[in-house]
Design a protein around this ligand. Structure first.
Ligand code: GLA
Length: 396
């Protein structure tokens, strides 16, 4: 599927710019097995990059204008690199300007370029299409202009583009996964120290399936920044009583309960969720390593319950999808994934039940919400990479 996307992006580039593209950058979407809303609370998360990508075709431009074409949307942005007038922040354009802005802050010099991008990552579905745009673009400019950015710098440029330009105070996990993902591996990222550990995913008779609720979220609309603020308030209150606690990582539930009466109910719930989710991640990683899928499944369900009842970032469609798995003996666990308020659920399913389950839940969901339900198999792939034109013929 990606082979076709790459070829079509490349051909389209040639047609529009009358030159061949020099590089093709493949920038994947990501899954988060567990560890939601804790990247900005210093927890660890279990990530993977998937075989759904944004493909960028890029070349230097021989005019004094740069152009970016969003092939799938039929939209084009042309601009002069050194034009300092205020820039559009909405939609895909904001992510590109955001990255350019971060490069400018670092006084990295680039020249004019032409770019086409096309994607098969469903947008706004919790698969981090925005990080794929930001990091893929940063990666593309790095290659084209030999900027000598490290992988981690590209991650940070992507994150800061989102924080500073798009205005979403996201954590680091989406951009980190996008760049550091490895084929067939789950990446455990400690978001406090940025230490990583890779684990080859072997699910034996199980597989991971995503169900896309079709409810699109944008993180700004979804009170994401507000959740961050609530957590910061909670942590400040905890620190006042327990100065030894410097992050949620070393705060216990017991400590939180000791100051329950002094916290607003909402703040208390947010903190409780964060502390519990931070503790679930190492348990889940351990379960993965021991191939204890029952345990892993239970942790997914607990994570969803916390996200719904304590963190309050779920919605009726996601809850329906998760609740419909309770009586399915072949499903070991499910939870909403990503920022929330829409997007996908991630499900741990026994392979031999998968087809029947997908058919059944599709019928039930569409009857209830009148929204088409799409499902995707999770195939863990590599993080953002560059392929040469000659490689296109052989890419998968
Ligand atoms: C979005 C953000 C991430 C993370 C998740 C929730 O995807 O971009 O940084 O906070 O939500 O886990």
């Amino acid at each position: 599927m990606n082979k076709r996307l790459i070829r079509e992006t490349s051909t389209f580039f040639k047609e529009k710019f009358n030159q061949a593209s020099s590089y093709h950058i493949l920038s994947p979407g990501r899954i988060n097995l567990i560890g939601e809303h804790i990247d900005y609370n210093d927890g660890s998360v279990l990530l993977g990059t998937i075989d759904k990508i944004v493909c960028f075709a890029i070349s230097k431009s021989n005019t004094d204008v740069s152009s970016i074409i969003a092939k799938d949307l039929g939209e084009r942005l042309s601009f002069r690199l050194h034009d300092n007038s205020p820039k559009e922040k909405d939609g895909w354009i904001g992510y590109f300007y955001g990255v350019l802005d971060e490069l400018k802050k670092r006084t990295l010099r680039i020249e004019n370029f032409n770019l086409v991008f096309s994607s098969n990552i469903p947008m706004g579905s919790g698969l981090s299409s925005s990080a794929a745009l930001e990091c893929g673009f940063g990666f593309a400019l790095n290659v084209l202009f030999d900027l000598k950015l490290t992988k981690l710098e590209i991650v940070k440029i992507g994150q800061q583009a989102e924080n500073n330009f798009a205005g979403v105070k996201c954590g680091i996990m989406d951009q980190f996964a996008n760049i550091f993902g490895q084929k067939n591996h789950i990446l455990k990222l400690n978001c406090h120290t940025l230490e990583t550990e890779y684990h080859r995913l072997q699910l034996d008779e199980y597989s991971l399936v995503l169900l896309n609720s079709g409810v699109k979220h944008t993180l700004l609309d979804s009170s994401y920044n507000n959740r961050r603020e609530e957590c910061a308030q909670g942590l400040a209150a905890i620190k006042k009583h327990f100065p030894q606690v410097n992050t949620f990582r070393n705060c216990t539930e017991n400590q939180l309960y000791q100051i329950e009466n002094e916290l607003e109910k909402t703040i208390f719930k947010r903190c409780l969720y964060v502390i519990q989710e931070i503790n679930r991640v190492p348990q889940a990683f351990d379960a993965l390593k021991k191939r204890d899928y029952d345990k892993l499944g239970k942790l997914l369900y607990k994570s969803h319950k916390g996200l719904n009842e304590l963190y309050e970032v779920s919605c009726s469609e996601l809850n329906f999808l998760v609740a419909h798995t309770f009586d399915e003996s072949g499903v070991l666990g499910a939870r909403m994934m990503g920022g929330g308020f829409g997007g996908c659920t991630i499900n741990l399913i026994r392979k031999d039940c998968e087809t029947a389950f997908k058919t059944k839940i599709k019928i039930a969901y569409e009857k209830e919400f009148n929204i088409p339900l799409h499902s995707y198999q999770v195939n863990l792939s590599n993080g953002t990479s560059c392929i040469q034109v000659e490689q296109i013929a052989t890419s998968s």
